[in-house]
Write a protein that binds this ligand. Structure first.
Ligand code: NDP
Length: 444
């Protein structure tokens, strides 16, 4: 059996019941076929087998007590996937769907994403099946303290530096950091996405959404086009979605729809992002509220319907597998020209095939949403140098990084004979650096 097929078959046999991990590995390894063909030494060094096996995976119990005195037990995870090019780096996700398969898919993706940024950061990911929705601030704090009481022994500013993801924003990072500092007696950059008063970086909150739009803008620019006058759909209404919407609108696009896990809002006049921020960031409410507050806006129960709205550009920014084959076909039929993935793996493998066959410019997550982790690495640099850059400085660096990533994946795709296939291009460009570091460091 050919090398990539053999590694994938072994991975599926050794890790049954991990569909998301299989999906991510299949996408990545298939994209690497031209690389392993050119580098037979990788097979001899079992490089792919090592690449898909985490260096370490920690699973732990997270006990906590709610406001009524009831004891709850959640599962905690940290997968330290690959440290060949730098300390493990990657977010923590708090969501009831979290399991080992989801954390491993995110961790594997993170290795290549972090490499693509050009910064010295390895790949990791973690989280819990804890659901922050409907919990009081005190409950969130007690959960975060319990989670960190175990996690602290596995992380460190030069070892593993977690950040936020779904369900982990500024509030949670604050509680996690407070507990780490209390246990270790160290005020160091062990988490990113920190508040500005205790070591955070300006522009980190905006970075993933803005970065996604900077890359999409570059893809448009290379084709003599721009965001001006374009109709855009952004799924989700969390951190990534809000700042993608804000930036796209500032460049002249009209974002007409957003959702949360209950349903979507459609506003033909263009989403008023300040209203969304008030509902989501201040009140922690539901997107349904938007339609009650903005004249002419409609609310529809369920998420899938959002992809039936006609648009030029789709920016999925909520979660994995939001766009399946059927939704991709409807988007194509309605004339979508660009898809930029803000969320991790929001398009199924079948959905990606539909877009690529139709000639849609498809910007894969590990490249398009790398702005968040890139800015986290800038936060780490500021922390260790005791520096504080202005918003404009960080934002300019972010924009530069996103433009570079776009051209690196574009060039890699051309060099390896798959021009325009950015899924392969991103996998190849990210992998080459990790592979070189792993080969140089021996069999470890
Ligand atoms: P948030 O928790 O801030 O927002 C997540 C949004 O997605 C919410 O609107 C949420 O709705 C919605 N959502 C979550 N799960 C589902 C679901 N199953 N169906 C429908 N909607 C859902 O997370 P972020 O914005 O930080 O993250 C969004 C995506 O971006 C994730 O895939 C994450 O991995 C990725 N990402 C985030 C980065 C960051 O810097 N934050 C960096 C790189 C990638 P509800 O509130 O109803 O749950």
């Amino acid at each position: 059996m050919e090398y990539v097929e053999r590694v994938l078959a072994d991975l599926k046999a050794k890790n049954p019941n991990e569909p998301e991990f299989h999906q991510a590995a299949t996408e990545i390894l298939n994209g690497l076929k031209p690389v392993v063909a050119k580098h037979p030494e990788y097979e001899k060094a079992a490089l792919l087998e090592r690449f898909v096996e985490p260096e370490r995976a920690v699973l732990f119990r997270v006990p906590w007590v709610d406001d009524n005195g009831t004891v709850h037990i959640n599962k905690g995870y940290r997968v330290q996937f690959n440290s060949a090019i730098g300390p493990y780096k990657g977010g923590l996700r708090f969501h009831p769907s979290v399991n080992l398969s989801i954390i491993k898919f995110l961790g594997l993706e993170q290795i290549l994403k972090n490499s693509l940024t050009g910064l010295p950061i390895g790949g990791g990911k973690g989280g819990s099946d804890f659901d922050p929705k409907g919990k009081s601030d005190n409950e969130i704090m007690r959960f975060c303290q319990s989670f960190m009481t175990e996690l602290y022994r596995h992380i460190g500013q030069d070892t593993d530096v977690p950040a936020g993801d779904i369900g982990v924003g500024g509030r949670e990072i604050g509680y996690l950091f407070g507990q780490y500092k209390r246990i270790r007696d160290e005020h160091v950059g062990v988490l990113t996405g920190r508040g500005l008063s205790y070591g955070g970086s300006l522009s980190r909150t905006e970075a993933t959404g803005y970065g996604l739009v900077y890359m999409t803008e570059e893809a448009l620019k290379c084709r003599g086009d721009s965001f001006k006058g374009k109709t855009v759909i952004v799924s989700g209404s969390g951190n990534v979605a809000i700042y993608a919407t804000e930036k796209a609108q500032s460049l002249g696009a009209k974002v007409v729809a957003m959702y949360d896990s209950n349903g979507y809002v459609y506003d033909k006049n263009g989403i008023q992002i300040d209203v969304v921020k008030q509902i989501k960031e201040v009140e922690r409410g539901r997107i349904k509220e938007y339609a009650a507050r903005v004249k002419g806006a409609e609310y529809h129960e369920g998420c899938k319907g959002i992809w039936t709205i006609k648009c030029d550009i789709a920016l999925p920014c909520a979660t994995q597998n939001e766009i399946d084959k059927e939704s991709a076909e409807i988007l194509v039929k309605n004339g979508v020209k660009y898809v930029g993935e803000g969320a991790n793996m929001p398009t199924t493998l079948e959905g990606i095939a539909v877009f690529q066959k139709a000639g849609v410019i498809f910007l894969p997550a590990k490249a398009a949403n790398a702005g968040g982790v890139a800015t986290s690495a800038l936060e780490m640099a500021q922390s260790s140098g005791r520096l504080f850059w202005t918003f404009e400085e960080v934002d300019a660096k972010l924009k530069n990084i996103m433009i570079n990533i776009y051209h690196n994946m574009d060039n890699a795709a051309k060099e390896y004979g798959c021009e325009g296939d950015y899924v392969a291009g991103a996998n190849i460009a990210g992998f080459l650096k990790v592979a070189a570091a792993m080969m140089a460091q021996g069999i470890v």
